[in-house]
Structure formats: structure tokens, C-alpha cells
Design a protein around this ligand. Sequence first.
Ligand code: IDP
Length: 147
Amino acid sequence: MRQFLKQIMATNRTFTMIKPDAVAAGHIGGILEQIIKSGFKLVAMKYTTLSPEKAGQFYEVHKERPFYGELCQFMSSGPIVAAILEKDNAIEDFRKLIGATDPAKAEVGTIRQKFAQSISANAVHGSDSDDNAKIEGDFFFSAFERF
Ligand code: IDP
């Protein structure tokens, strides 16, 4: 039953981080407010810090990309907020809410357009698929924390 519930809920979940730039700039409250007002429910949340090694593991899919070193250094430069969110069509709706990777190209009103500084320090992460949302949520939260 528990396994069945998890499977049907998976498509309604995404994983996010408020990145070190946005935490340092005092935007946790503003970003969470926008997320919740957009209809996402918080399933799990923690305020924590990634070591460079942990950041490297999280972004392992990008390890061949030229910005990988910079990304790992940035993501371990200060505290972050990690959270699992729930909503119908969570992955797509959340990607729309955060906007393009480069805030200069993000639509007006999106979280990155409002709160991000640059293509690397871009305020928030949002999973790009159901499978990645599960993997990324599991990276930060135990089964007990994210049920
Ligand atoms: P996404 O976060 O919008 O899905 P990805 O292409 O998956 O974008 O890249 C992951 C993260 O890597 C971005 O959110 C950003 O922090 C960083 N990044 C992406 N492209 C660049 C770049 O060209 N220079 C520096 N950092 C980048």
C-alpha cells in the first residue's frame, strides 16, 4: 500500500533548492511565499549546507560541462534550503514558475527573474523530470522525512 501510494504521488512531486545566492540575499521568505501562493504544498523542507563533495554528487550529471567546478563551488558556498513540493503537474508547473536558467532570459514575474543574480547564481533549482525529482528528494530526505 505504502509503495503504491508513493508511486501514484511521484508524478505530483518536484524537488527544489533555494540556492546560496538567494539565501544570502534574504530571499527565503519571498521565494517560499511565491511557491506556496502558486499552489505548491510543502512535503519536506530543510535548511542545510552542501559540502563541495556533496554538491559534486548532486550535480554529477553535469560533470563533463565546463561550468561544473564553478557550480559545485557556488552550491557549497553557503546555506541552502532543500524542499520537496507537491502539486498536480508539479515538474512542469514549477519549471514555469522559476523561469529560464539564465535570469536575463526568464519571463517577468518568475522566481529567477525576480530573485536571481546570474546564470550560475540563479536563486533556485527545480527538477526536470519525475525520475530526477525522486532521486534528488532521496538525496536530501530519508523515507521517514519525505512520506
Ligand atoms: P536548470 O537549473 O535550469 O535545469 P541546467 O542546465 O540543468 O539548468 O544547469 C544546472 C545549473 O548549473 C543551473 O541552474 C546553473 O546554476 C548552472 N549553470 C547552467 N549553465 C551555466 C553556465 O553556462 N555557466 C555557469 N553555471 C551554469
